[in-house]
Write a protein that binds this ligand. Structure first.
Ligand SMILES: [Zn+2]
Ligand SMILES: [Zn+2]
Length: 267
């Protein structure tokens, strides 16, 4: 692969081993980004959250300081070769506002990854965004993402179309809920992310044909018509995924819809 044809120069969504489902240390990702000739690399591992029970999918609270130290060490060590940002991917829960304020004192940014919605009658009051089936659940997801975008805590929205994971048919209500999310992204000037990890996870046949699990074509067609801001993120969970074939598929996906992708964010 030659650098002149490389599409990505900045990636703002990167994980590392402390979340328990990624491999590689911060330095491994930074070295890979330098090798690729990136201008910047944003580390954004899954933030610890006491409320979220499944400890296999995110950093332990006691590991946060180690993560920050690792980021700081690379920021310093490689400052003449690449800009490294220190960030976290995190859910928005309205009663945790102080947590975001506190984290932002230490971090360059927060990326919204709304993997859960609040659902009062669920066992722990939460429901996975991969398991949304009813219109009410979908509306709750959209409401929470909209509130998050208006809060001003988040630099961009990771995989905003995750709520469509179980939607096999994009009916008019789902299309309108998608549009509502997208319009609020435009109003709040919040970039929406085409997430490459959804492409790595593969495709499936829906009522509308063969589709990536995410990004969901119909959603991004609305993004195009509503003129919301768009970035592409690798969402790498291993260093060699930073710029792989799936990243190139994402650029092709955007190009075919006619979406203009922003290459660098103001951090
Ligand atoms: Zn992850
Ligand atoms: Zn992620």
């Amino acid at each position: 692969m030659s650098f002149s044809t490389q599409l990505m120069k900045n990636n703002y969504h990167t994980h590392m081993y402390l979340c328990r489902h990624a491999i590689g240390d911060v330095e491994d990702y930074v070295l890979e980004a330098i090798r690729l000739g990136f201008d910047s690399l944003g580390m954004s591992d899954h933030a610890p959250f006491f409320e979220l029970q499944d400890r296999s999918i995110r950093m332990y609270p006691e590991d946060l300081s180690l993560y920050l130290e690792k980021c700081d060490a690379c920021i310093k060590k490689y400052k003449n070769q690449i800009i490294v940002y220190k960030a976290l991917e995190i859910e928005y829960f309205p009663d945790h506002k102080q947590k975001y304020v506190d984290l932002l004192k230490e971090l360059d940014y927060l990326a919204l990854g709304q993997h859960y919605i609040i659902e009062a009658d669920s066992p722990n009051g939460l429901r996975s965004s991969y398991k949304l089936f009813t219109k009410q659940q979908i509306t709750t997801y959209v409401d929470m993402v909209i509130e998050a975008m208006h809060s001003g805590y988040f630099k961009f929205v990771c995989h905003p179309d995750l709520f469509l994971y179980n939607v096999t048919r994009m009916d008019s209500i789902i299309m309108e809920e998608s549009r509502r999310l997208i319009r609020n992204a435009r109003e709040t000037n919040t970039p929406l992310e085409i997430n490459v990890n959804g492409i790595r996870k593969g495709s499936r046949v829906t009522d509308d044909g063969l589709r990536f699990l995410y990004p969901r074509l119909e959603f991004w067609q609305i993004v195009k018509t509503e003129k919301a801001r768009v970035i592409i993120s690798s969402d790498a969970h291993q260093p060699n995924y930073l710029y792989d074939e799936a990243v190139q598929s994402a650029y092709k996906f955007a190009r075919e819809i006619g979406i203009e992708v922003e290459e660098a964010l103001q951090i």
